[in-house]
Structures are given as structure tokens and as C-alpha cells.
Design a protein around this ligand. Structure first.
Ligand code: NAD
Ligand code: ZN
Length: 341
């Protein structure tokens, strides 16, 4: 089969031919139709310090996918050949206290497809049947291929009650933009999204009814009276991994405000803890998706009017993956989808 692998410990990915994966009794084999390129894949492409420490050379990468089940393991009785599906790319253990309590997304033994295990940038993917998420007809393959990052957005956005609340999202990357659409969908009052990249703020405004603020040009504090908010934002969703953005968020939250943090700061970042204490702010770290509650909520919302399609700005056949990565590296893209059909 055709696949994209990290063949050498240097910048890039390589088109390779690999055997179709053999499946075990509890697995399925998925024929991949579409895949999304993630920021994580760009780290692997760039072979930065994290990637070099984490990803084995030779690995088939990619973890955002939609496809069709073409083979069932001997023990798999609740799925069918021909079923369209996406799936959770975090492979969990079953022995930890968290897993045994059903909090699968908190399992400390989690391994990721396309990061630690064979990934989805390939014609076929082996996946435990447990991880399969069947797709309803209302969700086509390209939306199916971005459910992993949409799930990050949904998990973060649903961390706190947003109904009637004023929400600040820092970072208008694909996940921040999708989180903005989710916040509106569930009934937030004002949704303000910040970035320093105007192209991404423009994209955000086409995907969701949000107030885009370019913090390179405009002071976020001026937005609060303009929107007739008395104190500031009730909830912050940190989606940039940027220290300045987090500082601005803490500064512009109300007393007792809440922050859900998905963005990953590079290394240790200083925080003004006394501000957090005196403003009585709650901070929740968010990792991955809740397995499978986030998937359930996300599919229900997509079937009931949540529309994130415009976050997909580029589509390429899989053999033009280099163009796909160039679009990601340009900083001007939303989601980039590769077609394997
Ligand atoms: P992205 O890099 O595409 O987007 C981040 C955006 O933040 C960019 O558009 C950038 O211009 C913007 N930004 C930079 N400085 C800023 C500032 N001062 N104020 C406001 N915005 C600023 O990332 P993404 O793919 O959308 O992912 C969002 C974040 O979530 C990243 O940090 C990513 O590493 C992280 N992430 C975490 C998890 C998890 O499980 N915790 C999963 C996926 C992604
Ligand atoms: Zn991803």
C-alpha cells in the first residue's frame, strides 16, 4: 500500500510502499479515504526536538482520518464491513484506575497513532475496534477526517457552561476557529477570538459569528466596553500556546473566571500566579478528546446545524502531500485535507 513515513531523521516525509497491516482479533482494517494534516504532523515534518524525542524513524504518520471498514478481527461482532468511520487515535490501556473508572482519556499509558504507533497517512489503517467511531450519512468523509481536531475544540469548549457567557478564545488556528463555532452553537453571548495573523482572523469570521481581534494592532481591553461587557470575559479558551495570549486572557477575565487550556506552551512559561489567585480563576488543562463523550456530543452537534466546513481551506490528492505541508507551513491555511480514495 501507499503510505507517508518518516523515513529519515530530517525535515520532510517520504512516500513509501508498505505491506497492508495485519489485524488482530480485536482490530478492524480501515481503507482510508481522507486524512487531515495536523499541527502535530508539521512538528514531525520539521523534525523538531519534540518529534526527534518521540517519533520512531520509519513510522507511518498521520492521525486524522475517515475511511471504510474492509476487514473485521475474529472477535469483532458489533461492526460491519462497509461501515464508514472515523476513530479515536489515542490507543489506551485498560489497567489504570482512570480506565477502569471509564475515564479513558486520562489513561497514563495512552499511545497515539501516527506518533507512537503506525498511523493513518496510508491506504489502510489497523485500529482496535474499540476506537472506531461510525459516521452517520450526514457527516461526509472530509468532515470525518477532521473530527479529531474538532474533538479537541469541542472538549475544550464544553469544559465550562457557555450558555449566555462572554467567551474569549486566544488563537485562531483551525482548533480555535472550530471552538468559536462550537461556542456560538451552544449559546454563548459574545465570542471574541484573538490572533496576530490577520488571514486566520478573516477565516474565523467566515466560519463563525465571532468578533475577531488582531492583538498585534488592537488592544483587547478596548473590546470589553465596545461589546458592553461590564467586567470582562466569563470563560477563556486558550488555543494558541502563546505566553502573551495567556497573560491577556488572565487580564481580561472576570473575577471567578474560568480557563480551559488546550494550547501547548513551548517549555516552561512564567505565569503571574498572584493574578490567578486574587481573581479566583479556575484553570483546566485539556488533553485530547473525552472517550467517547466528546465524539457523541460532536456528532450530535454536526447533525444539528454545527457547520465547520469552511475551516477546510485546502484539498489535495495524497500524492501531492508536499503541497499540503507547504500550505500548512505558510501560516495562511485552515485545515488541509488529503484525499486517498
Ligand atoms: P495553530 O498553531 O494552527 O494555531 C495557533 C494560533 O495562535 C496561530 O494562528 C497563531 O498565529 C496564534 N497566536 C500566536 N500568538 C498569539 C497571540 N499572542 N495571541 C493570539 N493568538 C496568537 O494551532 P492549532 O492546530 O489550531 O492548535 C491550537 C493549539 O492547541 C496549539 O498550541 C496546539 O499545539 C494545541 N493542541 C493541543 C492538544 C491537546 O490535546 N492539548 C491537541 C491538539 C492541539
Ligand atoms: Zn491532530
Amino acid at each position: 500500500m501507499k503510505a507517508l513515513a518518516k523515513e529519515r531523521a530530517e525535515t520532510g516525509l517520504w512516500a513509501v510502499t508498505r505491506p497492508v497491516p495485519a489485524i488482530g482479533p480485536d482490530d478492524v482494517l480501515i481503507r482510508i479515504r481522507k486524512t487531515g494534516i495536523c499541527g502535530t504532523d508539521v512538528h514531525i515534518w520539521n523534525w523538531d526536538e519534540w518529534a526527534a524525542r518521540t517519533v520512531p524513524v520509519g513510522l507511518v504518520t498521520g492521525h486524522e482520518f475517515a475511511g471504510e471498514i474492509v476487514e473485521l478481527g475474529a472477535n469483532v461482532t458489533d461492526l460491519a464491513i462497509g461501515q464508514r468511520c472515523s476513530g479515536e487515535g489515542h490507543l489506551i490501556g485498560r489497567h489504570s484506575r482512570q480506565s477502569r473508572a471509564g475515564r479513558f482519556h486520562l489513561d497514563p499509558e495512552t499511545r497515539g497513532i501516527g506518533v507512537n504507533e503506525q498511523g493513518a497517512f496510508a491506504e489502510y489503517l489497523r485500529l482496535p475496534a474499540f476506537n472506531v467511531v461510525p459516521l452517520p450519512d450526514a457527516i461526509d468523509d472530509e468532515i470525518g477526517a477532521i473530527l479529531d481536531p474538532l474533538g479537541n475544540a469541542v472538549h475544550t469548549a464544553l469544559s465550562f457552561d457557555l450558555v449566555g457567557e462572554d467567551v474569549l478564545i486566544t488563537g485562531a488556528g483551525p482548533i480555535g476557529i472550530m471552538a468559536a463555532a462550537v461556542a456560538r452553537h451552544v449559546g454563548a453571548r459574545h465570542v471574541v477570538i484573538t490572533d496576530v495573523n490577520q488571514a486566520r482572523l478573516d477565516l474565523a469570521a467566515t466560519v463563525a459569528d465571532v468578533v475577531p481581534v488582531n492583538v498585534a494592532r488592537e488592544d483587547l481591553r478596548d473590546v470589553i466596553p465596545r461589546l458592553k461587557m461590564t467586567q470582562g470575559f466569563d470563560v477563556g479558551l486558550e488555543m494558541s500556546g502563546n505566553q502573551i495570549a495567556l497573560d491577556q486572557m488572565v487580564e481580561s477575565l472576570v473575577m471567578g473566571g474560568r480557563i480551559a487550556m488546550l494550547g501547548i506552551p513551548p517549555g516552561k512559561s512564567p505565569v503571574d500566579w498572584s493574578r490567578i489567585v486574587f481573581k479566583a480563576i479556575t484553570i483546566k488543562g485539556v488533553y485530547g478528546r473525552e472517550i467517547f463523550e466528546t465524539w457523541y456530543k460532536m456528532i450530535a452537534m454536526l447533525e444539528n446545524g454545527l457547520d465547520v466546513r469552511r475551516v477546510i481551506t485546502h484539498r489535495f490528492p495524497a500524492d501531492r502531500f508536499e503541497d499540503g505541508f507547504a500550505a500548512m507551513l505558510s501560516g495562511q491555511s485552515g485545515k488541509v485535507v488529503l484525499d486517498w480514495a
